[in-house]
Design a protein around this ligand. Structure first.
Ligand code: NAP
Length: 544
């Protein structure tokens, strides 16, 4: 049984960055990774067209100016292979790999209250003990796949976008079906359409999307950004979602219709996700949101020539931004091709799979390959996959049965010496997640090092603090339109999941200030104990 000061679970961006931060603070750490490769979601989501919709310069680590200067991104929005290369480069450049155990899927982590130690077992029976357990499991990493009647009888191939096979799939001569029209489905559609004999996109909910405005990065642009990288990073850290965009100052309806149109038009072409910040109230006020939504509907509509198709592909059941919009590279245009069709499964649901394909109530779609681009059990899904047992034998799943409770998105009461990165109660999916990861990783590393130096055996979020923070997260969400629509922000993506708003919507800057304040107040909201609570209780009982 190997002992390590901190055991990190997951070798994606969060796990590797946390490992680096801990090592810098002189805390030993090992990362357990289920896969045989590092990279997390960027290792698994290898589907054609997979790409990040945050700009390359900003979807990257800021902790090393040498790294920033050395690495040359090739496009404005990085592809999955390029991001995976970057992650591998970082692991080699900073000698992180030797602290990563691959093929180590954590089945169970249990807290020994007397010893204040986490004991972790992987699926192959290996065991580790650690002072601190750090969960870096991802927010969109537990794939959600449907189970249709007859699915096993399908004679073709079923592929899940989030666990895409490593070997190249040849779509030529194949009849392909994609189920799901979130970012993944929208990204892969135009790419697969190019080679498939026929492509059917099965849509349940139409999604908002903006054109990606992707382009190769020129040497001039690369040099310009690198000359002022520190300034750019500062702007990013102080922008609401960690993307560098500052919200407009004037409210939507305070300007004339012409000015409004001009402002929306400008951000539509230049900003990608910044579109939501063209005016400060687009995600806060229904009237403002209706204006932005209408503008986007018109823009999407202009990309679809066929009126019947336009009616189906343009969303009309929710406001822009209340669910995660997409940034696409030719999604709507793909439907103009002769080999691409839309199947509206809201109107005509999938009844069953047969050996030949998918049957809806209007007939059979003959298929050779079906792709599930059906999303994730978001934010809590991956955290609840392993059996995590805290004090008094309580599991994390039991503790969070009515929704996640966290002190500042960091930790939960009853699970001492356990923290999570980019988990519920933190900006996570509402931010450029690398910004959130770096913020938390450095904060945790400083905290763990300080508590070690101070001889603290156990730290634990208090119930009062986690209740207050969780209520505050809900209250901030109520100031927005995010609860108006079912989405993976609020548990609406999985039947039976508690409907609570999970990410913190107050922005990365405000979140950082909260973290700083917590540390300045001697880790307010946490109990710090020089000996484990259980040991203290035993001693008190002996002396009684
Ligand atoms: P998603 O946004 O949750 O979309 C899942 C899609 O599958 C939705 O259209 C959903 O329809 C449909 N679906 C789910 N279950 C279904 C079922 N049983 N039958 C039929 N349709 C079903 O998932 P995603 O596209 O994988 O994206 C998830 C998130 O990952 C993104 O929002 C983004 O945060 C991240 N991501 C980012 C990028 C990028 O950076 N470009 C790329 C991919 C993913 P309903 O809406 O009706 O449920």
């Amino acid at each position: 049984m190997a002992f390590v000061e901190t055991l990190i679970v997951g070798a994606g961006l969060a796990g590797l960055r946390s490992l680096y931060a801990l090592r810098e603070q002189g805390v030993s750490a090992t990362v357990l990774e289920a896969s045989d490769e590092i990279g997390g979601v960027w290792n698994h989501n290898r589907y054609p067209g997979a790409r990040c919709d945050v700009e390359s310069f900003d979807y990257s680590f800021s902790f090393s100016s040498e790294l920033e200067q050395e690495w040359r991104w090739s496009e404005r929005y990085p592809t999955q292979p390029e991001i995976l290369r970057y992650i591998n480069h970082v692991a080699d450049r900073f000698d992180l790999r030797r602290h990563v155990e691959l093929n180590a899927r954590v089945e169970e982590a249990a807290y020994d209250e007397q010893q204040a130690l986490w004991s972790v077992v992987t699926s192959d029976g290996r065991r580790w003990t650690a002072k601190v357990l750090m969960l870096c499991l991802g927010q969109l990493s537990a794939p959600k796949t449907p189970a249709y009647p007859g699915q096993d009888s399908f004679a073709g191939q079923i592929i899940v976008s989030a666990t895409w096979p490593r070997e190249a799939i040849d779509f030529s001569g194949k009849r392909v079906g994609i189920i799901g029209t979130g970012s993944s489905g929208m990204q892969m559609t135009p790419v697969i359409a190019e080679t498939a004999e026929h492509l059917t996109v099965f849509q349940r909910t139409a999604n908002y999307s903006l054109p990606a405005a992707n382009a190769p990065l020129t040497d001039e642009e690369d040099a310009r950004v690198k000359a002022n990288y520190a300034e750019r990073r500062e702007q990013i850290r102080n922008s609401p979602s960690g993307l560098g965009f500052r919200p407009g100052k004037v409210r939507t309806l305070e300007v004339s219709a012409d000015e409004r149109e001009a402002a929306l038009e400008k951000s539509y072409h230049r900003l990608g996700f910044g579109f939501a910040l063209t005016f400060p109230d687009i995600l806060l006020d229904e009237e403002a949101n209706a204006v932005a939504s209408e503008f986007l509907r018109r823009k999407m509509g202009e990309r679809i020539a066929d009126p019947a198709l336009r009616e189906k592909l343009v969303p009309n059941d929710h406001g822009f931004g209340t669910r995660r919009p997409s940034v696409d590279g030719g999604y709507f245009e793909a439907f103009a091709r002769d080999n691409v069709d839309l199947a509206d499964i809201r109107e005509h649901p999938i009844r069953e799979f047969t050996p030949e394909g998918i049957r809806t109530d209007v007939g059979l779609h003959p298929l050779d390959i079906v792709i599930f681009a059906t999303g994730f059990d978001a934010i809590t899904g991956a955290l609840l996959k392993p059996r995590i047992v805290g004090r008094d034998g309580q599991t994390l799943a039991e503790k969070w049965a009515d929704g996640p409770l966290t002190q500042l998105g960091l930790a939960t009461a009853g699970f001492p010496n356990m923290v999570m990165v980019a988990g519920p109660g933190s900006p996570s999916v509402l931010s450029n997640v690398i910004v959130s990861i770096e913020e938390q990783a450095d904060w945790y590393a400083a905290m763990i090092a300080k508590l070690k130096a101070d001889g603290i055996a156990e730290f634990e979020a208090t119930e009062a603090a986690e209740r207050a923070w969780t209520d505050y997260v809900q209250q901030r969400a109520k100031e927005t339109l995010y609860m108006k629509t079912n989405s993976f922000y609020n548990g609406g993506e999985v039947a039976g999941k508690p409907r609570v708003f999970m990410p913190y919507s107050g922005g990365v800057r405000h979140y950082r200030l909260q973290l700083q304040q917590c540390a300045a107040d001697d880790y307010a909201g946490f109990e710090l104990r020089s000996a484990p609570a259980a040991q203290q209780a035993t001693k008190q009982a002996e002396h009684a």
